[in-house]
Design a binder for this molecule. Structure first.
Ligand code: HEC
Length: 153
């Protein structure tokens, strides 16, 4: 019995911060739909699906980049696009059915679990994501690729 408790404790300690951070929405579960293209590790497929690693953290460290990341999920993205030295000219469809908390949770899953290189990652809150919602109607998937080129050439 004591041994079992000792084994369980670290598991519980590890599980708690993840739940608190996702604030209700399960980022790992939501990422399953993204993994269909970006793969479960976020490594992507060179030339087809960009990796969610170094470039992601560089963007998340800049105010315009944070807005870009949120809008890519809700609006989609049509290249040409340069990510970590490789070119992409593909289409990411808008990811429907995600509310602000869901978008924050899935981006935080990427930033904390899949993206390891680059600047420190600051988590998204649902309130920050909701603040960009009105911008979604004012842009489109091609404009977002042009925006990427301006933020992180
Ligand atoms: C059907 C395939 C597909 C799915 C599903 C998908 N993506 Fe993408 N994603 C792409 C493609 C393709 C690109 C690059 C677009 C291009 O080539 O112009 C991209 C680009 C991105 C970028 C921009 C990366 C950068 O460094 O600028 C982010 C961020 C991103 N996706 C996150 C997500 C998240 C989060 C999800 C799930 C909620 C998701 N994607 C689901 C295909 C997909």
């Amino acid at each position: 019995m004591r041994l079992r408790a000792a084994l369980l404790l670290p598991v519980l300690l590890l599980a708690t911060p993840a739940r608190a951070q996702d604030a209700g929405a399960d980022g790992a579960m939501l990422f399953e739909r993204c993994a269909a293209c970006h793969t479960a590790s976020g490594a992507g497929l060179p030339g087809a699906f960009p990796p969610l690693n170094h470039d992601f953290r560089v963007l998340a460290a800049r105010p315009e980049g944070r807005r870009y990341l949120v809008l890519v999920v809700s609006v989609g993205l049509i290249g040409p696009l340069q990510v970590d030295g490789a070119s992409y000219r593909n289409v990411m469809p808008a990811q429907s059915g995600l509310d602000a908390a869901g978008i924050a949770a899935v981006l935080n899953h990427v930033g904390t679990r899949l993206s390891h290189d680059g600047p420190a990652f600051r988590a998204f809150t649902a309130a920050e994501v909701a603040g960009y919602a009105a911008d979604a109607a004012k842009t489109n998937a091609s404009e977002l690729a042009a925006l990427h080129a301006r933020i992180d050439p």
